[in-house]
Design a protein around this ligand. Structure first.
Ligand code: SF4
Length: 365
């Protein structure tokens, strides 16, 4: 079967073989991967995969690999500690002023590096029960410090426009909830589903909606995906980005620069570049922190300040995100600019070319 024939979302290894995305000889081992982790590749993304699927940065994100059966030290089912910060089902309360509200456990696509891969997909708990949803809303209501609710999952935009609009209205009716942020991959994974009805459902009186788009490679910004993002921004919904640094996909300065520019061209402010989480079977897609820092240094010299994301690590165990560099400032010593001034720390500052300068400069610099 041709890869570009009209088809529905590919959800099995047999589907992937039929569309030349995996070799028939790999089918048996990939069935083992599929028994553990969900598969979904939308027709839109299949259409973006080049003929050499093995090395294609879109295919590597969604087509399973036998490497996923390899567990390495430190990997864990709940790498960022959602469970240990979940006071009631569906809520993760890690920071005082915001909570995650996990409404669904399904996505339009299943990313091979997903940090919630043990929790998402068919066969996992598919949505919050009505009782659990009511319990989650009650939790938000009685915690006035919650200023922002982050809808995540799974992909919350898998819900129908009608259901989403009810949920948005219920959240916005809580006085102290001022911001509702939605994390999604839908505009790049299945842009046609980002319909005007869905966009309208996200706008609500009483709270400001933000959308955080997850994309990892500039080729995800097809014409259709750009149009889907434009529907959101044109409706007055501000957008930020999130990406994961992935080996063999976006771990070079040229690709990362193009990715960040694509976000900005779509009026999406680059926000987070995540270091790969310790999700099971994902070591083949992780870089080292040193590589990530080097790439961020290269990015600073290469693209506009608008295109700079924060490189962050989710500390295993649920201790939150930490910016992980690189550092451009180091203490050099101390100096007294003149006899009346207090002693001041002198620093070494690294510029975008990697050259080192003293601040404050020494006399004559
Ligand atoms: S869309 Fe998000 S939650 Fe769904 S599989 Fe990808 S990373 Fe995981």
């Amino acid at each position: 079967m041709s890869r570009h024939t009209r088809h529905s979302t590919l959800r099995s290894v047999t589907d992937l073989v039929a569309h030349d995305l995996v070799a028939p000889t790999d089918q048996a081992v990939l069935e083992e991967v599929a028994a553990r982790y969900a598969i979904a590749v939308t027709p839109h993304l299949v259409g973006l995969i080049a003929s050499d699927a093995g090395n294609d940065p879109i295919a590597r994100q969604f087509v399973p690999s036998a490497d996923e059966l390899v567990a390495t030290t430190g990997e864990r089912a709940d790498p960022i500690g959602d469970d240990s910060h979940s006071p009631v089902p569906g809520i993760v309360h890690r920071y005082p002023d915001r909570v995650l509200l996990k409404l669904v456990h399904v996505c339009a696509v299943y990313c091979r590096f997903c940090f919630r891969r043990e929790m998402v997909g068919p066969g996992k708990e598919s949505a919050l029960s009505d009782d659990a949803y009511r319990g989650a809303l009650d939790y938000i209501r009685v915690h006035p410090e919650i200023w922002e609710v982050i809808l995540t999952g799974g992909d919350p935009l898998m819900l129908s426009p009608r259901r989403l609009s009810e949920i948005m209205a219920e959240l916005a009716a809580i006085d102290h909830v001022k911001v509702i942020r939605i994390h999604t991959r839908l505009p790049v994974a299945d842009p046609a589903r980002m319909s005007p009805e869905l966009v309208t459902a996200l706008k609500v009186q009483g709270a400001t909606t933000w959308v955080a788009l997850h994309a990892n490679h500039p080729r995800e910004f097809s014409e259709e995906a750009r149009a889907a993002c434009a529907r959101l921004v044109d409706a007055g919904i501000p957008m930020v980005s999130q990406s994961v640094l992935l080996r063999g996909i976006n771990d070079d300065a040229v690709t990362l620069a193009a990715l960040m520019r694509a976000f900005v061209e779509c009026r999406i402010k680059p926000y987070y570049l995540h270091h790969g989480d310790l999700a099971p079977g994902t070591a083949h897609l992780r870089t080292t922190l040193a590589q990530g820092q080097e790439l961020m240094r290269a990015l600073r010299g290469r693209v506009s300040g608008l295109c700079q994301p924060n490189y962050v690590l989710d500390i295993p165990g649920g201790h939150g995100k930490a910016p992980v560099g690189p550092q451009f400032l180091a203490t050099h010593g101390s100096c007294a600019p003149d006899h009346e001034a207090a002693e001041e720390t002198r620093y070494r500052v690294i510029d975008y070319c990697g050259d080192v300068h003293l601040y404050p400069p020494e006399t004559g610099d």
